[in-house]
Structures are given as C-alpha cells and as structure tokens.
Design a protein around this ligand. Sequence first.
Ligand code: TMP
Ligand code: ASP
Length: 239
Amino acid sequence: MECRTELYAGKAKSVFTTDDPDKLVLRFRNDTSAFDGKKVAQLDRKGMVNNRFNAFIMEKLEATGIPTHHEALLSDNESLVKNLDMLPVECVVRNIAAGSLCKRLGVDEGIDLKPPTFEFFLKNDDLGDPMINEYHIESFGWGKRDEVEAMKVLTFKVNDVLTALFKTAGLLLVDYKLEFGRYHGAIVLGDEFTPDGCRLWDIETREKLDKDRFRQGLGGVVEAYEEVAARLGVNLPSA
Ligand code: TMP
Ligand code: ASP
C-alpha cells in the first residue's frame, strides 16, 4: 500500500493517506514522550517493537469480536489501518492504583481496584489531558450518548481479554488508555495498544515493564517492552 501524504504527526506515530480513502498507514517512530510532550527521547527499536506489539494485541482483540482499526502489518514500522473519525477522548481502565490516580486521590500505588475503575480524559496536551465526565462529552459534542456507552463497554471488554492474556505471560495489567473513532457508523478501537499506553508489572516482583520506566528514568525501556513481547510470543526480529 502506497503512502501518499503525511496527514498528521503525533508524538510517537505519524499517519499517512493511501490510495484508498478508507485506509491509512500508521508509522511507529522511535520518538518517546511523556508528561504531555515535556520529556522526549529517541529510543532505538521502539517503533518496530511497538508496531509489532500493537498488531499482535489488535489481532487478539479482533479474534474476540472487538472491532479495531487494524488491517495488516506492512513493515517493521508501519501498519495499515482503517481511516477512523477519532473522538477526542481517552478511555482509561484501572485494575490497580498507579500514576495520576494516586496523585489525584492521595492513594498508595499498588492497591487493587475492585471493581476496576474507569475514567475519561480529554485529548488535549495544552490543557494536560484533563479528566472529563460523560456529560462533558455529550454537552461539548465530542461524542453521542450511545458512543459513550459503546466506548465504555468495549474498553471493559478489552480489560477481560487482556487481563487474562497478560496473566498467561506472568504480567499484571495495571491500567491502560484506549482511543476510539467512528467508522461507517460504528465505534471502533483506534490508536494503539503498546507498553507506551498501559502499565504492566511482573506478577511476582511487581517490576515495571512499561513506559513508567521512561517517565521515572529507570532505564531499560525498550528492553522491558521486548521482554513483555517475548513472554507473549510476539514475533520480533533479533537485535
Ligand atoms: P495516568 O495514570 O497518567 O492517568 O495514565 C493512566 C494510563 O493511561 C497509563 O497506562 C498511561 C495511559 N495514558 C496514556 O498513554 N496517555 C495519556 O495521555 C493518558 C492520560 C494516559
Ligand atoms: N501519554 C503520555 C504520558 O503518559 C503523554 C505524552 O506522551 O506526552 O506521559
């Protein structure tokens, strides 16, 4: 599939048009950012690892009936996806307290959340991705009532599938962020699922194997992503 023009360059991925208006190419770059773009770095192999990781997870989700934008792996760094009309909201499910939840509510990292909790954030770096609620989404026209419901149902369904999948790899899925878009009238999972947008801890040691290694300056960021990929059986070319 031929890449035409760059439509958009995000912090870690670029999006290109193709000769089919219904399809886009996602290019996963080595750029890594945290804190709404305030901390950035180039991490060797990260684009390739995330592209293959994302394809693996999206295929697992599709196989359980969750509609995703993923179509095909095109190369080490590129995937073909459906051209979604993205909603500017981020859907977060948390199984264990970590990150902004701990800061906001003053709770200890590591507390089990039963049942898992759900939060919406507005996708807006200038505002620091503020937390929003369902009423905001409707009142400001970011999404309709049935779209909000569909995003919640699908995000929790992803939790069931992926919590079980990561458990088989000796990992705890602590939390994750999903983004959705409209495609021919339906709500479909877009963006990516990689260790850049979730928290994964070793079940035994609770070692962090996700982007918190970058946020917290722990080192071994891509090595951790590769460890997770290897445990899941994602096919990665050797370094
Ligand atoms: P948080 O603890 O910073 O709110 O993040 C919760 C989860 O969602 C964590 O796995 C990181 C992910 N996330 C992103 O990837 N990008 C974002 O912009 C936000 C707000 C969260
Ligand atoms: N999602 C990123 C983070 O957690 C935000 C960014 O990439 O700027 O820090």
